[in-house]
Design a protein around this ligand. Sequence first.
Ligand SMILES: [Zn+2]
Ligand SMILES: [Zn+2]
Length: 362
Amino acid sequence: MKFSLIKKLSLSTSACFMTAGLILNSNLALAFGIAAKGTFKTYGQPVHETITQKAALDSGLLTSAQELEMKHLIEGVRFNDDPEAYLLEGARQDGGGVISFALEFLGSKKDKTDPTKASHFGDYQFLHAMGNSDMGAEEIKEKIILYVYHCWKMATEKDSLANFTKDYELVLQQEKSPSPDVKYTRDQIIVRRAVNLFPKEVLFFHSVTQAQFQYRALGSLLHVIQDSYAKGHVVRVGWESGANDGKVLYFQNYTEQDSNEHNHLDNHDHGKVNHQNVNDIPGAKIAYERSKQMLSMIVNQCPWTSGTLGNSPTCAQSVYNFLDKEIFAFDESTDWKSRGTRSHPDLIPKPVQPDPYGASGG
Ligand SMILES: [Zn+2]
Ligand SMILES: [Zn+2]
């Protein structure tokens, strides 16, 4: 989802059902005024947060007593909307906050190398299970699975923060003064790709402890899965009837969409989101079920590939298989052409009708 941050101020924030998709419009002045008075305390509708908390409890990953772990998990599910941690308390030297986050979207940094923008409008839309129109469905799926693999590894590997730090430093050193003897491992190749776009803090989910690192990585992983069932993000079998819980027909491109239409699909029509009514949002029920399944696999220590599946009697399949053959499986009755990345016609801005009375002509 793109994050509905400022909805009650009618600032159209377009983060997904799962993103803090922040498209600021003409009501900006109002938002600034109110925000400046410090009344701005919520993240809008906490859809991702609600689904994630419920799935973490129901899967047995966490108990309600594990407040700190839950906090880090929720910080992780917000990461995809806010990779530069404008909204993560204490993470930024400049203080961060909603205003800085909003400025980030409005500001002059329109280039693709900006992590916050790239995650919403650019090449890193896969953080929300979306993509640019020039990206094929297979390519987006590959990027998603690679990212999920990275998050999964960071979330499950003992000492992942220390190991990742080592990889990061080696890659950085190698990029600065390449030595012909160094051959990158698969993980280091992922690190190298990421280093080119994301600053260190982003790559590390702004973490300094192992617990922060692993739960934030896990939260970020869940965000991608949850978004993939949001109707503004992925068109699946069942899109028209509402549940959007079938196989993937095509990924959507946020850049082409009407952000109000997108937000409408990402959010609850009325009232405060809670563990019960969150399921009224199209796609949210299956997003919860998939999140719970994923976390159960983490609890059962299911392997990434099927090679060592025999050692895990509680696991019916590998994590990779679950992603490849279930969550991100394409509908077999469609071919690659019909899977072209685009937006559903309902989400594309309608052309403005010419004024029949010629109001502008006097
Ligand atoms: Zn969204
Ligand atoms: Zn999202």
